[in-house]
Design a protein around this ligand. Structure first.
Ligand SMILES: Cc1cc2nc3c(=O)[nH]c(=O)nc-3n(C[C@H](O)[C@H](O)[C@H](O)COP(=O)(O)OP(=O)(O)OC[C@H]3O[C@@H](n4cnc5c(N)ncnc54)[C@H](O)[C@@H]3O)c2cc1C
Length: 468
């Protein structure tokens, strides 16, 4: 088959993390002929690589191949906000209602362990991913946010996890970090921040040391299951004896049969120059907690190891047909809005310079729950749907998939994210109408709260549709 030469991108421009990963980013060799392996993996992000890592840790002789359309870390794994958190896309209250207290608690504990497992992995494999366990501070930026914090604290307490959480007063919050209108916070200890690029690139090297072969610039254009499952590429098929793993998160929507399994929503990030010691004295934030507020439009902040502020938010409009393009990585109105937010949160930074801006799609499942699924009849495994909370969750789903593929069952494969499938999203134009409506409603709810006004009349509907 005649194939077009791959477009050579300047991968360092896709995020600060790829730029500073310490790797050359020159693509590895691509697949040039058909191949027989034990496990074939689509996707060189955390999900695919963690799955390979735990498979090979348990069975060092296994033949595992990963194919990646671009380079390792091209997707969300090389672009995220650096939160390595035990926070889950679904609130603890909702988990409790859906699965009961015991199972919700097991999941929360497994998430805590995933954060620690990533630290152990970095130590074991000597990867300097700047792992820092500083916890998370979720701020109430106005009294209207306080009920959300209390409800979360109450839910964690019902699950018996209260020792990991602490409600902070306004004064206690200000002692930690000085943010405009912060009148309280929920502190969560079992969370870290890290350098996503160093983690994903280091993970790939750790795999290669174990004999895994990673083909870059190699796109899977299709797949099939059954007795002899395979990934199809323009250069040939990768036939797998044990399993094919689909680990493409948002990009899976480009495969026609998987088009509606998640919804790609863009999350955008700005990064400041390194702040001076005097600026940090004014701001505080000495413990480098990850920061967020209770806004529906989502905000997440990281103090990087080299003293910058990373500020991320969702706000870029959803594109009809679940479109994913490089052009969407930058959206000037949203990036400008986020820069204004940095100064609104920290007025002392009114003259700060921004050195980087980027973005990427997060994959939202229809029921907000990530999943790790293996169908032994078809020999197809997949894990996806992290809704912007995938850095540590992928470690958990990778371990679950490795177990399921190996035919083992431990308590991990009993967790509520294992062996389940989220419903598909609606067809267009319904999907576009609903998502655009919710994006707009969330902006209006946040804006009303900020101005001290009552929630818009349709807030209940938006909260119901986006309930998680
Ligand atoms: C801007 C942004 C900020 C985020 N912030 C955070 C955060 O702070 N904390 C957190 O926990 N989570 C965050 N997330 C989410 C987190 O990064 C993801 O959940 C996680 O990285 C998903 O990993 P993955 O391996 O499943 O997917 P990805 O990292 O997207 O990897 C999928 C890979 O598959 C490749 N691929 C896709 N289709 C094909 C194909 N057909 N053939 C070959 N290769 C293919 C892609 O090129 C890609 O490299 C953020 C995401 C974004 C975009």
């Amino acid at each position: 088959m005649q194939t077009n030469p791959p477009i050579m991108r300047d991968y360092a421009t896709y995020s600060f993390w790829l730029e500073t990963s310490g790797d050359s980013l020159v693509p590895r060799a691509s697949l040039e002929h058909s191949l027989d392996v034990d496990v074939a993996i689509l996707g060189g992000g955390y999900t695919g690589l963690w799955t390979a890592y735990y498979l090979l840790s348990a069975q060092p002789r296994l033949k595992v191949a990963v194919i990646e359309k671009e380079i390792v870390g091209f997707g969300a794994s090389g672009r995220n906000g650096g939160w390595c958190s035990s926070k889950f896309p679904v609130t603890p209250g909702m988990l409790e209602r859906r699965y009961g207290g015991e199972r919700a608690r097991s999941l929360m504990l497994a998430m805590n362990d995933s954060v620690d497992e990533i630290a152990r992995f970095c130590q074991r494999e000597e990867i300097d991913a700047q792992f820092h366990k500083g916890g998370i501070l979720t701020l109430a930026r106005g009294n209207h946010h306080m009920p959300t914090l209390r409800a979360a604290f109450d839910a964690y307490s019902r699950l018996g996890l209260e020792q990991q959480y602490r409600l902070l007063s306004s004064a206690e919050t200000n002692e930690r970090v000085r943010v405009t209108n912060a009148c309280g916070a929920l502190y969560a200890s079992e969370n870290a921040s890290l350098h996503p690029g160093r983690l994903v690139r280091g993970l790939a090297r750790a795999l290669e040391r174990r004999g895994c072969v990673i083909y870059e610039q190699t796109e899977a254009v299709g797949f099939s299951g059954g007795a002899s499952p395979r990934l199809l590429t323009p250069a040939g098929a990768i036939r797998a004896k044990q399993a094919v793993v689909l680990a493409g998160e948002s990009y899976l929507t480009r495969i026609p049969t998987l088009h509606r399994v998640v919804l790609p929503v863009y999350s955008l990030i700005v990064l400041t120059e390194p702040l001076t010691a005097q600026q940090w004295d004014e701001i505080g934030w000495q413990k480098r907690e990850s920061l967020a507020s209770c806004n529906y439009t989502v905000d997440y902040l990281t103090r990087t190891a080299d003293g910058r502020i990373l500020f991320g938010s969702r706000g870029a409009p959803y594109r009809f047909g679940s479109k994913i393009t490089d052009e969407q990585d930058r959206h000037a109105p949203t990036h400008d809005y986020i820069k204004d937010l940095v100064v609104e949160w920290f007025p002392m930074l009114k003259d700060v310079k921004f050195t980087h801006e980027w973005g990427g799609p997060v994959g939202m499942p229809r029921d907000w729950m990530p999943m790790a699924q293996f169908d032994p009849a078809q020999k197809i495994a997949t894990a996806r749907g992290y809704t912007g909370q995938g850095v540590s969750t992928t470690n958990l789903t990778g371990r679950i998939l490795a177990e399921l593929i190996s035919g083992k069952t431990t308590e991990l494969s009993q967790l509520p994210i294992a062996l389940r499938i989220s419903p598909q999203w609606e067809y267009e134009p319904l999907r576009w109408l609903a998502v655009r409506y919710m994006q707009n409603a969330f902006l209006r709810i946040d804006s009303a709260g900020k101005k001290g006004r009552a929630k818009p009349k349709d807030a209940f509907l938006a909260q119901y549709l986006g309930r998680h």
